[in-house]
Design a protein around this ligand. Structure first.
Ligand SMILES: N[C@@H](CCC(=O)N[C@@H](CS)C(=O)NCC(=O)O)C(=O)O
Length: 250
């Protein structure tokens, strides 16, 4: 017992010393190709995972019922009854939910430093901010604006006072005035995360696109990427299916 205790202490000390003296690695590159199964519904956030796999050249299996969003969600519920949500992903059999976490997980295992700035880079803070801002602030504010408007007559908010969603869009637009991408100087997964809430805000008429010229220019750039186009061909071949209704413009 005593010997085991001493051995354990020696091992703990050795690994602690190692942790202090070695350079931390940013990601663990997997040598074997993972089996990635993406449960998807057309036009939904699961596009992010497809797009990332296309950017990284990772093979994936895409499961959805073409032209049938309700049916796609039924299939999701059959494998993930705890959380009927797109994306639902199986990575080597492990269930993953929450798109930002899924992207980060796939990047950590397979990115090898691609599509993100180095942790020591000055871009790292903004990269991380927009990775989380996309869902934590922008999507939640824009969707809240949409739901409030739908519950109170369905009119697009166009008053002098900004809504929370519009303010969140302006913050993003201001950032792009000084930086080409949400991750700073290079295209990163933060851009992949930001596309959904931005296009939702514009399509649903939550935000007036003319007010966000930097976002409009960025949208053209990201949507022109070959991997984005491959994602569209695989995940949204017939355009948007059963999109929620847009708010009415004044
Ligand atoms: N924060 C979650 C949000 C996931 C989410 O709400 N996805 C929508 C589709 S875009 C969904 O599954 N909604 C359920 C439904 O439409 O029934 C994420 O980023 O993964």
């Amino acid at each position: 017992m005593k010997l085991f205790g001493t051995l354990a202490l020696a091992l703990a000390l050795a690994s602690a010393t190692q942790g202090c003296t070695t350079t931390p690695t940013q990601s663990v590159v997997e040598t074997a190709t993972p089996k990635i199964v993406i449960y998807h519904a057309e036009g939904r956030r699961s596009e992010r995972v497809v797009w990332l796999c296309e950017e990284l050249g990772l093979p994936y299996e895409l499961k959805y019922r073409r032209g049938d969003v309700t049916g796609s969600f039924e299939d999701i519920f059959a494998v993930n009854s705890g959380m009927r949500v797109a994306p639902t992903v199986f990575y080597n059999g492990e269930l993953l939910v929450e798109s930002g976490a899924i992207l980060q997980f796939i990047m950590d295992r397979n990115g090898g430093g691609r599509l993100m700035p180095a942790v020591s880079s000055p871009d790292y803070a903004s990269y991380l901010r927009f990775m989380h801002y996309s869902e934590g602030t922008l999507a939640s504010d824009v969707v809240a604006d949409y739901r409030v408007a739908r519950a109170t007559g369905g009119k697009a908010p166009r008053g002098a006072k900004e809504t929370d969603g519009q303010r969140a869009m302006r913050f993003a637009d201001d950032f792009l005035e000084k930086h080409p991408w949400f991750g700073g100087s290079q295209f990163t997964t933060a851009d992949i995360m930001m596309v959904f809430p931005i296009s939702y805000a514009i399509r649903m008429n939550v935000a007036d696109p003319v007010k966000y010229p930097n976002i409009l220019a960025w949208q053209k750039k990201v949507e022109g990427r070959p991997a984005f186009k491959r994602m569209i061909a695989a995940a949204r071949p017939d355009g948007r299916v059963a999109p929620p209704p847009s708010l009415t413009l004044p």
